[in-house]
Structure formats: C-alpha cells, structure tokens
Design a protein around this ligand. Structure first.
Ligand SMILES: [Zn+2]
Length: 389
C-alpha cells in the first residue's frame, strides 16, 4: 500500500455476488453449464468505463429479478474448488486497492443443499470442502497482502423461517472458527423479523454477532425490528433517514450501517437510479456510523476503490472522513479485540501530519456532530502513541 492510499474495510460482501460476468463465463465453461444468452449485456450496450467487469442484464426495479440473477450466477459454481477461484478473484482485486479487512457472507443454502422430493438435504462434506478452499484462497491472497477475513452465515429470508433456522442448526454441527457473524439476507419484503425468533435465539447461543439486512428495500420500521432482535449492525439501513428518533437511537447505540452506494443506486427504487439522492452524507453528518461496502461486487460491477471514490467525488467525503469511515468499520467488525487493535493501529499509522493537524482543527471547531467529535478525540488520544508518518 502506498503512503497516500486509504486503508479500506468491507463489512458486507456476498461471496456468490462477487462473481463478475468474466468469472461467470469461465465457471460455466469449466463446468459445462449453458450460459443464458440474456444473462449479460452485450459489450457496447453498457457503460464499460463505469462497469469495468461487465454487466448483468435484469430489470433493476424488481428485486425478485435481482434475486433470480443472483441464483443463476451462483448455479455456475459446481465444485467446492470453484469457491477458491471466486474468493481469490474478489479478495486479490480488492486487497490491491487497499482492503485490509473483509467480512464475506456465505450461504450454506447456496453452497451445499440439494432438494430431494421437496426436502432440503444439507451436504456436510461439500460445505467443509468449500470452506477449506475459501480459506486456501485467503491464505494465498495473504501471501501478497496484509488482509484479514471473517465469514458471516447467511439465512436466506425468502426461503422461510424454517430454512433460516435449519441453516444455523447446520452451522452448529459444522462450525468454523472464522464464522463470527449471522446475517439475515434475501428479499426483505418476505416475512417479518418476528418470524425468525428461533434463529435469533440460536445465533445468540452460538455466539454469532448479528448484522441484519434492513431498511434497504423495506421501510425504517424494518430497522427498528432488526434492532429489537439483537442486530448490532444493519445491512444498508438507509431508510433510517426517514425517522429522526431512529437516527438518534443508531447514534446513541453506536449501530453501524453497512452502506453500499452502487448497490443502493441500482436496487433501491426510491433513489430512482440517481446516486445524488442517496442519504449517505446526511446520515454521516447526523453522527451515524457508516461504512462503505461492495455488497455484490461482481453483479453490481463495483470494487471497494470505486465505492470510496464515489463517496469522495460525489458526496465530498474528505480523506480524514474516509479514514474515520474505515475506523468505524474496524470498530464494528465481528473479529477478536486483539485483531481490532492491530487493524486500528495500521490505519492510524496512515495519518499524515496534515491529517493530524486537521483532526485537531475539527475537534476545536466543533462543527461536526458530537458523536463524530467523540470519535476524533479517541483517534487523537490513540495517535499520541503512534509515530508521525
Ligand atoms: Zn447484502
């Protein structure tokens, strides 16, 4: 990482969603699976500068169509080894862009179930092998870059409460030390968080920290429900902007939102495809802890550098604010305290003397929200023990 590069964190990336059209073609070819001619835009039919990796073709206004695309792309993964390829491809590309910590979401349903006579069969061996290959890919990336990775288990919401609960029961039997989080994802309009009581309870018993998708497609009320059931981070959560009391609660409880600008622009109908309508700046300015995420990097044609750069160029986040966003991500990470301290130090080492001066100025100006000033004071204290870069 060069001196000027901002270290970056991703708390929210679905591993199957990281598959780019190029990778999807490779996998389909390798596994002799027909590639639907309508799955991707033809080159020349999309802005290749914006979507460097290519572009999938679906009606973005219909969330179900996105889910179908996700499932089609996932279906090209046939062997556990295929997860090595996609994990390596995504992490290597993003580590090159300064990614130092990543939480990958993995869905046992997608990885290892088959349906026989209407009954889901969970293949333990396939699951363990898949994680073995994902671990192997992480180790390979770690040969070249300093990156730490943890996993979330995904309960697929639109498959119903029983499947979500069974997913966790399966994890109870097949634990992996890197699985530190539990996540409810999929179509937010399917069911209510109350329907998943058994899963919320079992996740707590298994000591898995909770981050739930809410307030992306559904309203601010879904965020309130996710918090009620123990979520300490919210996937997206941008509809919080509609509810002042909720914003205060998020600030007070130090809840972190996993915002994904490109994904939100594409999937959140309220934004009408216009990134300028995104409330990220207002949420930050009101003291909410936010992070920048890729969500489904391959499907949305993004990477972490692009997300940080949109925040900078469109929402005028300064270098210091982006460093703050990275540090918020580390503080909210589902990782051991020792690792958090190491990562925090790594980011603080990137503070230049100019960054330190600005920090001091902003603390004195008190123009920022008190919650931000509180964070800045904490960084200033920690920086006393860090040599000036
Ligand atoms: Zn997501």
């Amino acid at each position: 990482m060069n001196d000027q590069m901002i270290p970056k964190v991703i708390l929210h990336e679905h591993v199957e969603g990281s598959i780019t059209p190029v990778m999807a073609h490779q996998l389909a070819q390798k596994n002799n699976i027909p590639f639907p001619s309508t799955l991707c835009y033809k080159s020349g039919q999309y802005n290749a500068k914006e979507y460097k990796n290519g572009r999938y073709l679906y009606d973005e206004s219909k969330f179900e169509e996105f889910i179908n695309t996700y499932d089609t792309v996932s279906s090209f993964l046939k062997d556990p080894e295929d997860y090595y390829s996609i994990t390596y491809d995504f992490l290597n590309r993003n580590a090159k862009q300064g990614l130092i910590y990543c939480e990958l979401f993995l869905s046992p349903y997608h990885i290892c179930t088959t349906e026989v006579n209407g009954k889901l069969i969970w293949d333990k061996e396939r699951f363990n092998k898949t994680l073995f290959y994902m671990d192997k890919a992480i180790i390979k990336v770690q040969n070249d870059y300093d990156i730490t990775v943890r996993y979330h288990v995904i309960g697929v919401r639109h498959l119903g409460a029983k499947v979500v609960y069974d997913t966790l029961c399966f994890i109870q039997q097949n634990h992996h030390p890197f699985i530190t989080g539990f996540n409810i994802a999929g179509n937010e309009m399917a069911g209510h968080f109350d329907d998943f009581k058994d899963a919320h309870k079992l996740a707590t018993q298994l000591n898995l920290k909770k981050s739930y998708h809410a307030g992306e497609i559904d309203s601010d009320e879904s965020i309130i429900q996710a918090l009620k059931h123990g979520a300490i981070r919210i996937g997206h959560g941008i509809r919080a902007i509609e509810n002042k009391a909720l914003i205060c609660e998020l600030v007070e409880k130090k809840i972190t939102l996993e915002i994904a600008l490109t994904s939100n622009r594409i999937l959140v109908n309220e934004l009408h495809g216009d990134i300028y309508q995104h409330p990220i700046r207002q949420l930050y300015d009101q003291g909410v802890r936010i992070t920048l995420n890729t969500d489904d990097a391959g499907i949305f044609g993004t990477d972490i550098e692009k997300e940080y750069s949109i925040a900078q160029s469109i929402f005028a986040f300064s270098r210091l604010e982006l460093l703050d966003i990275t540090l918020c991500g580390i503080q909210a990470a589902f990782v051991e305290d020792m690792v958090k301290s190491r990562l925090t130090e790594q980011v603080l080492l990137c503070f230049s003397s100019d960054d330190r001066q600005l920090l001091k100025k902003f603390i004195n100006d008190k123009k920022y929200h008190p919650a931000i000033i509180e964070r800045f004071l904490e960084y200033q204290k920690l920086l006393l023990a860090i040599p000036v870069n």
